[in-house]
Design a protein around this ligand. Structure first.
Ligand code: GDP
Ligand code: ZN
Length: 453
């Protein structure tokens, strides 16, 4: 698929602001002409060219290194020019304006990567991994994004698609010989290969799930009466002093959100206003937001005081919680009653209870390990590749079709229906690498990239 962008695009490829070096990147048909106008010559392909960058009147805008990559051997697959100048906002603005004046237009977010995808330099999962690598905020996330970028994830998907195609062809051949169809289907070969595909799909799904966890993390909301120690717990987990801790009930009036990570698993923790009947209007708003925050929560921590019976207000909170959200109880302030940190399971409800002190930072590891375990976050991230929710959805859909196909085979010996389900499963998987992807989805994916990538 050779895709020609009629426009030549340009953008600052380095982060805005000041730095030692700043790079203006140009991609498209006019890159060579632009190089000639600014440098006085077209640089030798893939060699560093050091010299002046000239303005319109022949004045020198900057001095730096230029690199020229003629198509198709470039990141985008088009002619690419990179101007590496001094990393000051004014100089880079001059360079960018000059390039635009010479006929390039400013690139949209992710447009270089999109061009690379359209020119088959990368598949969609790899292009997404570029954005994930740039956004990675833990070493684990960066490593798995790199693995996806190198094609580990895509190779798994392509191998699965290939297996499905082979099996489908075999089944379709059987359908063409109706009198032998039953033999074909019942000789065990089809069933065995289908099972193999299912096993492999499950494995990839599990790895992708870890990847999504690494990328998106889980959202934890801390609830409890005023003064339970919610803000103290948030601060203890984040190691910062973000939320205001005071002795005055109802201090946290808005929701404070903190991003932390436990061994690479990102956690979005929300500290809410004390959930009780508000006495003033501002506090009432905070309380409403606390309940609204539950809509996107993966887990709720309800904070109670250690050594005290559950207060009616606490019970009211617990009763009001939506049933779908898993709950962990935290018994805080163990220092006041001389209790050791520990984790136990409530006999009646099966809920975990963690005894800790937020203020004295005791028992926090019990909570961290508990959260990791509950989310199914693997101890080792070896072999995990970065993945997104949309990849999981596609894998789930492929699994559903493959399982349905297995039923068609085992219960009805229906080869035609099995072949159709295999084709559907194959289409679902292909969406991951983007072989058949709508413009709409492409637009959504690439517009979330940063400019210049
Ligand atoms: P919030 O209203 O639930 O956010 O509670 P805060 O985090 O603001 O804490 C309320 C008060 O309880 C503050 O004075 C904290 O210092 C205190 N506190 C929090 N955690 C502990 C703890 O583990 N032990 C003791 N003794 N006090 C705590
Ligand atoms: Zn608070």
């Amino acid at each position: 698929m050779e895709f020609e962008n009629i426009d030549t695009i340009a953008a600052l490829a380095t982060a805005p602001g000041r730095g030692g070096v700043g790079i203006v990147r140009v991609s498209g048909k006019q890159a060579a002409a632009i190089a000639e106008a600014i440098l006085g010559k077209i640089p030798k392909p893939r060699y560093a060219h050091y010299g002046a960058f000239y303005g319109e009147q022949g004045e020198i805008l900057d001095r730096g290194i230029a690199l020229y990559f003629p198509n198709p051997h470039s990141f985008t697959g088009e002619d690419v020019l990179e101007l590496q100048g001094h990393g000051g906002p004014i100089v880079l603005q001059w360079l960018l304006e000059r390039v635009v004046h010479l006929g390039a237009r400013l690139a949209e977010p992710g447009e270089f990567s999109k061009q690379a995808f359209l020119n088959d330099k990368l598949d969609l999962a790899q292009a997404e991994a570029i954005a994930d690598l740039i956004e990675a905020s833990s070493a684990q996330a960066a490593k798995s994004a790199l693995r996806s970028l190198q094609g580990d994830f895509s190779r798994e998907i392509n191998a699965l698609v290939e297996e499905m195609i082979q099996l489908r062809l075999y089944v379709e051949a059987a359908i063409d010989f109706p009198e032998e169809e039953i033999d074909f289907l019942s000789d065990g070969k089809v069933g065995g290969q289908l099972q193999h595909i299912l096993d492999r799909l499950h494995q990839v799904f599990a790895s992708a799930q870890q990847g999504v966890l690494l990328r998106e993390g889980m959202s934890v909301v801390i609830l409890g009466r005023p003064n339970a120690g919610k803000s103290s717990l948030l601060n203890a987990l984040s190691g910062k002093e973000t939320a205001i801790v005071t002795d005055i009930a109802g201090t946290t009036r808005d929701i404070v959100k903190e991003e932390i990570n436990i061994d690479g698993m990102p956690l979005h923790i929300l500290d809410t206003a004390g959930v009780r009947e508000a006495t003033d209007q501002v506090e009432q708003i905070g309380i409403e937001r606390a309940w609204a925050a539950l809509d996107n929560a993966d887990r709720v921590l309800v904070m109670l005081q250690a050594g005290e019976a559950i207060h009616p207000e606490d019970q009211a909170i617990l009763d009001k919680l939506p049933h779908a959200i898993p709950v962990t109880l935290v018994r805080n302030k163990i220092d006041l009653i001389g209790h050791e940190p520990m984790i136990e399971t409530e006999a009646q409800t099966g809920r975990a209870v963690i005894w800790l002190s937020a203020k004295h930072r005791q028992g926090l590891d019990l909570l961290r390990v508990h959260l990791k375990t509950e989310m199914g976050f693997a101890q080792t991230q070896e072999g995990v590749f970065m993945a997104r929710k949309r990849h999981l959805d596609a894998l789930q859909s492929a699994l559903d079709f493959a399982l349905k196909g297995q039923q068609q085979l085992e219960i009805y010996a229906a080869g035609e229906l099995l072949a159709e389900d295999l084709r559907m499963a194959q289409d679902a998987l292909s969406q991951i690498t983007g072989r058949f992807t709508s413009d709409d989805l492409l637009g959504r994916i690439f517009s979330s990239f940063c400019i210049g990538k």
